[in-house]
Design a protein around this ligand. Sequence first.
Ligand SMILES: [Zn+2]
Length: 251
Amino acid sequence: MISDLAVIGGVGFALPGLADEIETPYGLVPVVRSRIKGQKIIFISRHGEGHLPPHRVNYRAIISAARMAGASCVISTNTVGSMAGHPIGSIFLPVDFVEFTRSRPNTFFEERAVHVDMSQPYCPALKSSLADAARSLGQMVSEGVYVCAEGPHLESPAQIRMMRQFGDVVGMTGYPEVALAREAALCYASLCIVTNPAAGMTGGGNLTVSEIADLMKRYQMTAIEVVSLAAQTITDQRSCSCRDALKCARF
Ligand SMILES: [Zn+2]
């Protein structure tokens, strides 16, 4: 069981527990100190109570709070649209990413050039624990490349035709979270739920934000079960090199 796990919750995802706050260099972050099946978890709501849009989320504060809370493992939950025909409600685990964001601070290193290695952006140990847990719970799981769009508007059919050349699913919140977690030398994995086909991928329209939130609520229990089961199968003695990310960085 991991001794120090942070969970970043996307739309419609929440955990009950003791409300707290962590003061980071990037601002105050509300957190919930929770416990599932004996596993201590720091829960951070990505969008907060005001439901900040994806391009205005304070990603640096969130990753800082996870680290300052003592977490070495971060599991992020995200909703995605499928560009490859994944069933609605199935689980997608990114192994790599491409991003088309424009206005988001994406590094902790503003004053000096630090080039952190991104050859394995998602922790393979954490990801495979999530995959095993999800499959053992009977969930359909696929892996591939996550494409991060800027939003907040949904993508046009032409944008999706372009993005399909680069990846399998599209979302708005996976980046720069993943890169910042790498810079913070954290083990980071994303548990994505496919909530809709991307624009132009079917004849029907896309789901609205409130419909996506409703769908996420329905899948929240699944996500919690997957996270808590995965947390019990991964140990602090992980074989990955995430904690050495900065040692491998070029300065
Ligand atoms: Zn790792």
